[in-house]
Design a protein around this ligand. Sequence first.
Ligand code: NAD
Length: 282
Amino acid sequence: MERIAVIGAGQMGNGIVHVAATSGFAVQMIDVSDAALQKGRATIEKNLERQVKKGTLDAAARDAALGRISVATALDAVADATVAIEAATENVELKHRIFADLDRLAPAGAILASNTSSISITEIAGRTKRPEAVIGMHFMNPVPLMQLVEVIRGLATSDEVTARTVAIATAMGKTPIEVNDFPGFVANRILMPMINEAFYCVMEGVGTPESIDTVMKLGMNHPMGPLTLADFIGLDTCLAILEVLHAGLGDPKYRPCPLLRKYVAQGWLGKKSGRGVYSYSA
Ligand code: NAD
């Protein structure tokens, strides 16, 4: 059975660890920040508990899942993994650095996957001496609840690595969909321009955040409005993805809204920081 290492214990990382562990995989959760590891583990415990209360998981399965998770602050903990799934901050230089390190530290034959929302898998692969082993494995937020995994092949990704990745996503109870390596892939190529436009609507006074979200919920039958969704994703992550779309596709239609930039500069990052478009302090 594959042994998984997840790099990054934030919203996405701890969700991937949660699902991997409940699916029977041994999983290492790695983060440079000890506080992030503690918070990640506490979130997993809380979410597992919720599943037990709802009756979708029994107590023995919860304990077994927790027993499969170990944590580490140093990347050399990937030495034992057959699959590394990187879910660190959405930043090109950071991801390039992590993949150069993973190439050095992960055993031969290991899959090096990235959960990036938008950054080129081919470019990331170019930072390693094993581009055939590098692939995008783009989970959706919140990972325990969302069905989709976008599987993104880089230019040199092998058929074998793609097939193994699809098998792992399926074993985690997800539905993998293969897409090609373009900025933002499919999900964020379509989602982020909508979120960006919602910010322009706030900035230009077309509507209040509440009215914009309600229009999209009631008018388009979306389960939540674009500004609420942006707060869930993280406004820093939304901005980073828009920068990748803008730089990578060169079309001014992807220009990030100045109001979104302002919120991020202020540290209003959304739900994870307690304040974004909306306030979560209560
Ligand atoms: P987050 O801010 O919640 O977590 C990022 C984590 O990465 C932090 O805990 C940070 O300490 C850690 N980190 C930073 N540098 C590191 C390093 N060198 N080694 C190990 N850990 C490091 O962010 P997130 O929302 O979990 O996003 C993570 C990735 O997942 C990004 O690439 C993002 O684009 C992608 N993603 C996010 C969403 C979403 O809705 N938030 C959805 C799909 C994919």
